[in-house]
Design a protein around this ligand. Structure first.
Ligand SMILES: [Zn+2]
Length: 257
C-alpha cells in the first residue's frame, strides 16, 4: 500500500466536468480541516473486487481512500467521487459506523471490517449515487451498466456458488444494494440490462436472491434515509443473520449510538 499525492489522483479526472464541479464544490471547503489521505492499494482492491474503498487511518483517524490504480476514465472519476461522498457523509455524521466487536478466532478482523463496510454501503450507496446524479450530472446508469459487465465476467469465471456463511452474506448485501440502487434508474436500456442480469442471478444463485429480495422489502418498508432508520435495520439484520452459528450482532457493532 503506497501513499500518493492528491494531484496525482485528480490530474487525469478533473477534465470531467461532473468530477471537477463535485471536487471544487464539495471537497475544496473541507480540505483545510479534513484532508483525505490517498493510497494505492491494488492488493486489497483486487481481493475485495473493488475499484476503491474508504476508511480511517488507524493511527490518526484521518479519512483515507485506497485505490486500485490512478483514476483516468469517466467511470473511475465517478467511483472516486462516490468514495469521497462516503467520507463527507461520515464526517457530517450521516452514516452508520459499523465495526467488528472483538477479534474473533474464526474470522480475521479484515474480513469482518470488509463485511461492516459493505453493510454500511448498502445504506449509503443508494443515497450517494442519486446525489451525484442529480447535483453533479454523473451518469450513474452508465456506471451501473459497466458494473454489470464486470460482475458477469466474475460470475462466469468463478468456480462455483459462494460456500461460506460470510461469502453468502456478502453476496446478499451486494444484491440488496443493487436492488436499492436501481430504484433511482429511469434509463430503459439500463433497466433492461439489470432485469436480464437479475434473471441470471436468480437462476444461478437462488440462495442469494431470495434473502436479498426479502431484505430489500424490509429496508423499503422501514425506510433508510436517516441514521436512525438505518440503525433500526442494522439491529434487525444483526439479529437475523448468523455466521457459523454466531449471530451477526455478536460479531459487529454500531459505533455512533
Ligand atoms: Zn459506496
Amino acid at each position: 500500500m503506497g501513499f500518493i499525492l492528491e494531484k496525482d489522483v485528480t490530474s487525469q479526472i478533473l477534465q470531467f466536468e461532473s468530477f471537477s464541479n463535485f471536487y471544487y464544490r464539495e471537497y475544496a471547503p473541507r480540505k483545510k480541516t479534513t484532508p483525505i489521505n490517498w493510497f494505492l492499494d491494488p492488493i486489497r482492491c483486487y481481493a475485495s473486487n473493488l475499484y476503491a474503498y474508504q476508511g480511517e487511518d488507524s493511527r490518526t483517524g484521518d479519512p483515507v481512500i485506497g485505490l486500485r490504480c490512478l483514476p483516468a476514465t469517466y467511470d473511475e472519476a465517478f467511483m472516486v467521487a462516490h468514495e469521497m461522498e462516503h467520507v463527507f457523509r461520515k464526517l457530517d455524521k450521516l452514516s452508520l459506523l459499523i465495526r467488528p466487536k472483538h477479534a474473533e478466532v474464526e474470522h480475521s478482523v479484515e474480513t469482518l471490517k470488509d463485511l461492516a463496510l459493505r453493510i454500511g454501503s448498502m445504506f449509503d450507496d443508494p443515497i450517494i449515487d442519486p446525489i451525484l446524479q442529480n447535483q453533479y450530472m454523473f451518469d450513474i446508469a452508465y456506471h451501473y451498466s459497466e458494473d454489470i459487465n464486470r460482475s458477469l465476467e466474475i460470475l462466469n469465471n468463478s468456480l462455483g456458488k459462494p460456500q461460506t456463511d460470510i461469502d453468502i452474506l456478502k453476496y446478499i448485501i451486494y444484491y440488496t444494494t443493487r436492488l436499492l440502487q436501481y430504484d433511482s434508474i429511469r434509463d430503459p436500456s439500463a433497466l433492461r440490462k439489470w432485469q436480464d442480469y437479475r434473471k441470471i442471478l436468480r437462476s444461478k444463485l437462488g440462495q442469494i436472491t431470495k434473502p436479498g429480495e426479502e431484505l430489500y422489502r424490509v429496508i423499503k418498508e422501514n425506510g433508510y434515509d436517516t441514521p436512525k432508520k438505518q440503525r433500526q435495520i442494522f439491529n434487525k439484520i444483526a439479529d437475523i443473520y448468523t455466521i457459523n452459528g454466531v449471530k451477526l450482532g455478536n460479531l459487529l457493532e454500531l459505533l455512533n449510538l
